[in-house]
Design a protein around this ligand. Sequence first.
Ligand code: ADP
Ligand code: MG
Length: 450
Amino acid sequence: MTQDQWGRLKQDLLKSVGKSNYKSWIEPLELSHMEEGVATFAVPTSFVGNYVSQKYGDQILYHVQSVAPDIRRVHFQVPLNQPVRPAPARPVAAAAPAPQRDPMMATAPLDKRFSFDNFVVGKPNELAHAAAKRVASGGPVMFNPLFLYGGVGLGKTHLMHAIAWELSQRQPDLNVVYLSAEQFMYRFVQALRERKMMDFKSMFRAVDVLMVDDVQFIAGKESTQEEFFHTFNALVDGGKQIIISADRAPGEIENLEERIKSRLQCGLVVDLHPTNYELRLGILQSKVEYYRTQYPGLTLADGVLEFLAMRITKNVRVLEGALTRLFAFASLVGHEITLELTQDCLADVLRSSERQVTIEEIQRQVSDHFNIRLSDLIGPKRVRIFARPRQVAMYLSKQMTSRSLPEIGRRFGGRDHTTVMHGVRRIDELRTTDSQIAEDLELLRRTLEA
Ligand code: ADP
Ligand code: MG
């Protein structure tokens, strides 16, 4: 990402966060450098950094990924050569964050939407969900820590917030603290600087449930690790529940002390797998219900959600971002959300998450699957044993590539685009009535996606 691109993204952010938020939080951000999947921005104070990370981190990451797809994290840092200024007591008036918290209260703000009710369960996340539910029930500590890991945007933070919500609802007196490993470090460093280590220690020792998100962040940060280790041990010894998340398994976090790794492995380690089609569709359906209340009067054509679930496989965050944009766009232009509108509006997202399956690959897989020759799949014979697989291949070509109907027609022995359209429609109908076809499609899609 260049400075120019960042400048343009800022303008996009201006639209989505509003002018006063923009002035306070986005405008001061300066792109500092990009390295190993992390985009680092310079911020004037650690307070701004913390707040922006919490409140806008996801949005910024989403925008950055649209021009630099391999960025996995955004990071906000006070430049080293700048004297560290104490955070202002009252931050920029216009868009001050929620009422100032008791400085001794360690927990970071929780997102209301991240509840169990809003979490869609599917095969890839059912174990993590079950473990989270168990911990949230607040019974005796059964596994300590609960360690959740998985790639970006698969629901780790969502599950942690959901646990925190549920626990604090069931037991309002419980001292539940959720924070990112980055915030843990900031607080630790701040305590060191202000000579308040005793307060820091007693604050964390008084916690009943501690949740530390994205623990991989403390890799390579020795004194923070040390302090984390002591906090961790004190809490475990006191029978307090700890919940940790990371982007990979404990053993795979580089530059993390061995004794911490082994401590983290002591409890229950569960991973969130990459999403599958069903889960993505389920998530989209549940989000659409919400959007229907936000944008009454907008209609959604059949097949749009299926198309998105099939094409945007990256992670749930990107999927959600796409849907948000789609509804916002459709509401502006006041149109029904059709497949064409979707393709126009999301062209860049679709392109960047394209798995680049080719029509040739599809044809090869389909003929293998149905045990017919490639020449028969493409050739002129119209008997059912060739025609049906051909339609399946056309359908998959339409769904999984960005080729137009005439282009697909050309690759299938120079057929007309209306023939392709007919085939695609036919399979679309059969999908819902013929379970064999549905299964064939599912199998083929998985093989092609892999
Ligand atoms: P992570 O912390 O693993 O990077 P998040 O928990 O921040 O991911 O999830 C990214 C976005 O996707 C959030 O908005 C979250 O609500 C949403 N999300 C992830 N998984 C699910 C799910 N199973 N059901 C509903 N929303 C989900
Ligand atoms: Mg997260």
